[in-house]
Design a binder for this molecule. Structure first.
Ligand code: GLY
Length: 311
């Protein structure tokens, strides 16, 4: 048995002008991840293939499609975890890097560290030819930033700690994947631009093991999406995998994790995908929608959904 579960971010998605590209992006990433497993790739290979594809797509808030900081920078975060030995790698506040998931993998495999940030991380990554890509800050994104900044100044947004307006109307999210391979290895990976108007230097849940991602091949794995501060404060992905360790199935672990975050911080905050060692998938979110997809060996066709009513 092998399979993969992915998400393309939880948030306000209905009516968004690029919903078709978003759905196609989910299809494509699922196919890349699943093909990798079907060709004998490991769970790590599969989550990298799926996340890389969503970073390249431009339809998601990661890589090419990443959001901008309040001062117009493309600062991206990513993380990856090998559930066999709990090795993990992550990067934060990378300046305009197109494929931060590859950077996180380098940290996991080629350093003694778990998390590298900012200019130090960029200097390390230069060794591998991973550099800033000016294409991540486009005129279209700068125009959107300008509009959001004007709303912020006009006081239309929601204040968070009196510093940043988090505009729920600005579709947000993260991309992520959890996979199990035929040898039972479970891995997770995540990549994000954070959210529009974030302060430069802000780091969310995505590069924090336990918060934005977790994998333990004995039980399962999880990846979160939404307003990262809430996932950090609840160590959301570790919370979900701990429930798997207590014999919960993937769906009930996902539901319980989102119920906990909703109880503490309200609706419109988070989503999560969970995969357990039996090869079952769980999805839960308290936002309007969450792009999600899954495909396991033995299934007749893949599942690709965005809204609650999607079948
Ligand atoms: N969940 C992505 C972030 O808040 O940065």
């Amino acid at each position: 048995m092998f399979g993969i579960v992915i998400h393309g971010g939880a948030g306000v998605l209905r009516g968004h002008h690029d919903l078709e590209a978003y759905r196609k992006g989910l299809d494509s990433a699922l196919s890349k991840g699943y093909s990798s497993l079907a060709e004998g790739g490991s769970a790590l290979d599969a989550v990298v293939a799926a996340v890389y594809d969503m970073e390249e797509s431009g339809a998601f808030n990661a890589g090419v499609g990443c959001s901008l900081t309040v001062d117009g920078r493309a600062e991206v975060d990513a993380g990856i975890m090998n559930g066999n030995d709990l090795s993990a790698g992550a990067v934060a506040s990378l300046d305009s890097v197109r494929h931060p998931v590859l950077a996180a993998k380098r940290v996991m495999e080629d350093t003694d560290h778990v998390l590298l940030v900012g200019p130090g991380a960029m200097a390390f990554l230069e060794t591998y030819g991973i550099r800033s890509d000016p294409e991540l800050v486009t005129p279209v994104k700068l125009q959107k930033l300008n509009e959001l900044r004007q709303k912020w100044v006009a006081g239309e947004g929601r204040l968070a700690k009196n510093r940043i307006v988090y505009d729920r109307g600005a579709r947000h999210g993260t991309v992520g994947a959890v996979a199990i391979d035929s040898k039972g290895m479970i891995s997770s990976a995540v990549s994000t631009g954070g959210y529009w108007l974030k302060l430069s230097g802000r780091v969310g849940d995505s590069p924090i093991p336990g918060a934005g991602f977790w994998a333990d091949s004995r039980f399962g794995g999880a990846v979160a999406t939404g307003t990262g501060e809430y996932a950090i404060r609840t160590t959301l992905c570790r919370y979900a995998v701990d429930l798997l360790a207590r014999q919960e199935c993937a769906q009930s672990a996902a539901d319980a994790a989102i119920a906990e975050v909703t109880r503490r911080f309200g609706n419109g905050t988070m989503g999560i995908i969970v995969l357990d060692k039996e090869g079952d998938a769980g999805f839960s979110y308290n936002t309007e929608g969450m792009g999600r997809a899954a495909f396991f060996s033995g299934w007749e066709k893949p599942l690709v959904q965005v809204f609650p009513e999607d079948k």
